[in-house]
Ligand binder design. Sequence first.
Ligand code: FHN
Length: 473
Amino acid sequence: MFKNSFLIACLLLAQTVFAQKNAAPIPLKYGAQYEGKRTDEAMQKWRSNRFGQFIHWGLYAIPGGVWNGKTYNYAAEFLKSSARIPTTTWDSLMYQFNPKGFNAKAWAKMAKGMGVKYMTITTKHHEGFCLFPSKFTEFNIANTPYKKDILKELVDAYNAEGIDVNFYYSVLDWHHPDWRYDIKSEADSMAMVRLLKFEENQLRELAENYPTVKGFWFDGTWDNSIKKNGKWTYEMEMMLKKIRPGVVVNSRLRADDLGARHRDSNGKLMGDYESGYERRLPPATELKVTQWDWEACMTVPENQWGYHKDWSISHVKTPVELLEMLVHTTSMGGNFLLNFGPGGDGTFRKEEHNIADYIGKWMAKNSDAIVGCDYAGWDKQDWGYFTRRGKESKVNAIVFNVPVSGVLKIKVPAKTTIVKAYFKEGGKPVTVKEVAKDQYQLTLPGKLFATPPVIIIETSGGDNSKQYKDALT
Ligand code: FHN
């Protein structure tokens, strides 16, 4: 009896899987626009950048997570909501925004020194305050004591250092009276029409007034009110790409006709890259991510994007932890966007300077193993990561955990021979030994490393597997 029901259950399951696999695609007007990776020059540049600086800066930087003497541990940029601060009270922080220590050129120099190739900045976060002088709201930088177009200063300064700039834009807007979390009535629907028109105007403004912008990074799009407006998300992507051809848009913007987000109802990625990896990286086994472009964004403390006065609340990642995340991300074909939250005075905290210094020193010697590099196609090993530039025969081994034996085990893909290996810095050779079919050992000199070393592994084709006989089990 049990056997029969089990058999039937299996048959039904097989039938469903078969049906799903062979189901006709759902017809969509506002689904994915193309399949696979974009191959144009702008996208190749975006991809080769690999390392970016995220900047969360807004009015929330002024209270820094503290309101009326009470510290709120949740993310500083959510203080308005955590401390239940009325909109008019919060909005009046605008009259205090005058960052005396701000220096766009110094920010850009720090970023350049860290080795980033792009920067993504909050032009408007959930609070609704705009770091640019918008014609469509008074709630913007021009009406603060600072007055100047701080966004333009930053774009110019970063571009002068050769760093691309992308604009973060929150669709969710706590300031705008027409924002709705859901659409449950005709009035909600009309309000959202007005809100989305306002945002369309602002997006056009950003694309037109800052001609060097390289990408738009949308956020705050998870509510039903946006899921029910897939058409608008599609139109915004098209509009931005029309005004600024080549501009790169993240997957968070998009919802399709049926409200599916990131991926449309047929499972295809919308936007130009997957931007769902937030405060986490795909595990090394999740190799499917190498099939598309993706970016991980990362905080330094556990969950603080905007400036918070008290970082003792959670673990603060060390510079080497963050460097490892950058390398991990590159080794899986992704971009790593590391967040900085400057204070209301326009300066970065000492921990952020330390991170920039540490990673910058490493990048100054080793950026060749990151920028322009990708998934190498070799099996991940416990001691670290592999990266490779295109189809080059050289592979970079970046070592974070030196084994007690001092021996790095390597499994190469079939028909790959390791010819030699040496330290990128200084060129000292590393002993290479072939130990079994497609398996090698690299013996490190018996010393500890102050920073993660990069070992260049030179390979050639050729099949020397014939000398090995598989076990007859
Ligand atoms: O709520 C925001 C958060 O403040 C921050 O901007 C991050 C960055 O990815 N995005 C949202 C949460 O997903």
